[in-house]
Design a binder for this molecule. Sequence first.
Ligand SMILES: *Cc1c(COP(=O)(O)O)cnc(C)c1O
Length: 416
Amino acid sequence: MESVKDLDPEIYALVKQEERRQSDKIRMIASENYVSRAVLETTGSVLTNKYSEGYAGKRYYEGQQIIDQVEQLAIQRAKDLFGAEHVNVQPYSGSPANIATYLAFLNPGDTILGMALPHGGHLTHGAQVSISGRYFDAQSYELDATTGLINYDAILEKALAVRPKILIAGHSAYPRILDFARFRAIADEVGALLMVDMAHFAGLVAGGVHPSPVPFADVVTTTTHKSLRGPRGAMILCKAKHAQAIDKAVFPGIQGGPHDNTTAAIAVALKEATSETFKEYTRQIIKNAKTLAQSLMTKSFTLITNGTDNHLMLVDLSNKNISGKKAAKALDKAGIVVNYNAIPFDKRKPFDPSGIRLGTPALTSRGFKEQEMLLVSDFIEKIIGDPENDLLLQQTAEDIRVLCRRFPAPGLEHLR
Ligand SMILES: *Cc1c(COP(=O)(O)O)cnc(C)c1O
């Protein structure tokens, strides 16, 4: 970044500090990852200079000889990887991808049914503060109060009562695998479209360690930057019969020109995701999550649903005499970055809930395996048990820095 260093030393210094932070800490925010240097380079390429409103062969500006090929490659790779009939790679991010899907099929005031936000649903699944809750009649389903699991009978009952036009499956904080066949059956029973938002677990689907929603759903939306390990962006995968409605909703429905540099980087990430190395990576994400979950439970941590099938776990700290926020702040000081998170039926407020969410995609990208997960579990136990001990936090941060040096993060190998 020599030219940035000369031109804008302030931003240069901040980027360098962020590199250092990402390198020296154990990043456990379940939606974050480390992209490869190839993805970073493509994101920073001159493709950012181009305007290309429209779709390949039907653009509004000239000069698309190269961009059309880039976008078609990204689309073809996504279709091949996920077995989708049609793919749109232009959504700027996961939220616009979901809003575009609503625009494609709904009129204002129509009913959608998704997982409640405090139970693990996303803002764009109908939360009142989101446009998805403001412009539509947003109904929600909740997790089972005793098991913390999805209760499909309750979803069916709710769907029969509210008759949604779109039934939404998908989550940001649910540690189990979804039964897509069951969701499909519920959607069919009430005549709804089924939309699956696989933002969190798309990488696991790509790696073959999580069932694919693609055969079951009318529309699958996903971010590209979480477990899929691509640039910040999104895709919409759908049945051929919905192709036109989806494409029109993305452009000109809610967006202008696509971010072609991102599209190219998505193509690179999709190529990476077809490799045996990536498949092995996703197997390790799950092994790491299961190892950590098991170890935390032996330390009397309460895990929602008593464990995990995927890349994340939700820890209920109610029995540990500490709030989620306080725990997250102490862990961050000690070199473990997590987010505080509501647990199902949380008695505390959303800004200071009872839980923390832990994810393994990023630390697995830097090569952590089961052995390191046991260390992480020990660190977490110590910090949560003594969160105001500044000396302990500092010492742990140093231990973690030493550990992290042995596992250079993708894209940050130069900091080794
Ligand atoms: C992260 C996430 C999104 C939104 O992604 P952004 O890129 O942050 O807009 C949508 N849905 C789910 C389930 C997510 O977890």
